[in-house]
Design a protein around this ligand. Structure first.
Ligand SMILES: Cc1cc2nc3c(=O)[nH]c(=O)nc-3n(C[C@H](O)[C@H](O)[C@H](O)COP(=O)(O)OP(=O)(O)OC[C@H]3O[C@@H](n4cnc5c(N)ncnc54)[C@H](O)[C@@H]3O)c2cc1C
Length: 307
């Protein structure tokens, strides 16, 4: 990996030495725990830092990738010869404003952790985010992916999103302009950065909110192989089918390729069973897609982003 020293130094000046790492293993920053090094791994702490770094990278035509909590990303074993801007490190926090119509407007920074945020919302008595309490990502990742679970989806609670657009401008997009659809949004193409998401929540008793979170957590723990590294559901839900059932019916439950395995607990999850490489995982994903297509004629689309 060889990113020009001069650029590295400039980024260090913007983000601070401690927040810029060279040849950083991506397996330490993704929940599948696979993948080679990123040439430069930066954890900016403010909007201003993000804007300045991105301007520099664009001027120098250096490839960049924005990362949240890495719970839906796999980096290949060869690594990434560019700059990772990881917002989950330092770009966190929220501000809440109670409005006259009884809703609560909460503006959340993109790197804020879903689980921690859900807990804080429950403590404050703000309801509506419970569905996402077990999604192990950041608010920016959840917004970009229109993450969803248990009949909830980000698009139901997002009021607006502040993004850094491809021209380097900070703009406010309404929920409609965000073009949310199943695991997709306006910013899914990787050219913009979600800075803040503005949510419309409502008041409820903390005890009731905590109860709903506890119920969803129990359901997740019962069904999902949370004891192993993974990216959650590997495939998008094909219309009219369940990916897990298709994979199970194809006889692939428990099937292993190198260190990667189709979970025995939930066939929709590919897990890092034991020291898997990114190649093991990606080969297994391909094998599942081929087998399901041949045996049942259904195309499974991978939900995980590959870097
Ligand atoms: C055990 C487990 C359970 C899961 N359950 C669910 C579930 O129930 N529902 C669900 O929808 N998902 C689920 N997931 C998948 C994953 O957690 C979600 O997709 C999550 O929203 C990703 O957030 P992240 O911060 O980790 O994003 P990353 O994985 O870091 O990034 C995902 C994508 O979003 C982009 N991105 C991230 N942050 C930003 C930003 N600020 N601006 C622009 N683009 C950005 C990245 O470039 C990448 O393309 C699960 C994953 C695991 C491991």
């Amino acid at each position: 990996m060889n990113l020009r020293q001069e650029i590295t130094e400039k980024i260090r000046k913007i983000a601070g030495d401690a927040n810029v790492r060279v040849d950083e293993p991506m397996k330490d920053h993704t929940t599948m725990q696979v993948g080679g090094p990123a040439a430069l791994f930066v954890t900016p702490g403010s909007e201003q830092e993000i804007v300045r770094i991105l301007k520099l990278l664009k001027e120098e035509r250096i490839p960049w990738y924005v990362l949240g909590n890495g719970s839906n990303v796999i980096c290949r074993d060869e690594g990434y010869d560019g700059v990772i801007l990881c917002l989950s490190g330092r770009f966190k926090g929220y501000e809440a404003k109670e409005t006259e119509d009884g809703t609560v407007q909460v503006t959340v920074k993109a790197g804020t952790d879903n689980k921690e945020f859900a807990k804080e919302m429950a403590d404050a008595g703000y309801a509506g985010f419970e569905f996402a309490s077990g999604i192990p990502g950041s608010l920016g990742g959840a917004t970009t992916m229109n993450a969803g679970a248990y009949d909830g989806e980000m698009k139901q609670i997002v009021q607006a999103v502040r993004i850094l657009d491809p021209d380097g401008q900070i703009v406010l997009k309404s929920a409609e302009e965000m073009e949310f659809s199943y695991r997709h949004s306006l910013v899914s193409d990787g050219r913009s950065i979600v800075l803040e998401t503005i949510l419309a929540l409502h008041r409820d008793e903390p005890a009731k909110i905590r109860e709903r979170i506890a119920d969803l957590t129990a359901r997740r723990e019962e069904k999902q192989p949370l004891e192993y590294p993974s990216c959650g559901s590997t495939f998008k839900r094909p219309e009219g089918y369940f990916a897990g059932k298709l994979i199970s019916d194809a006889g692939l439950k428990g099937f292993r390729l190198g260190g990667a395995q189709v979970s025995e607990k939930h066939a929709g999850f590919v897990i890092n069973r034991e020291h898997a490489s990114a190649k093991d995982v990606l080969d297994l994903v391909e094998h599942i897609q081929r087998t399901v297509k041949e045996s049942q004629g259904v195309t499974l689309e991978c939900e995980i982003k590959i870097l």
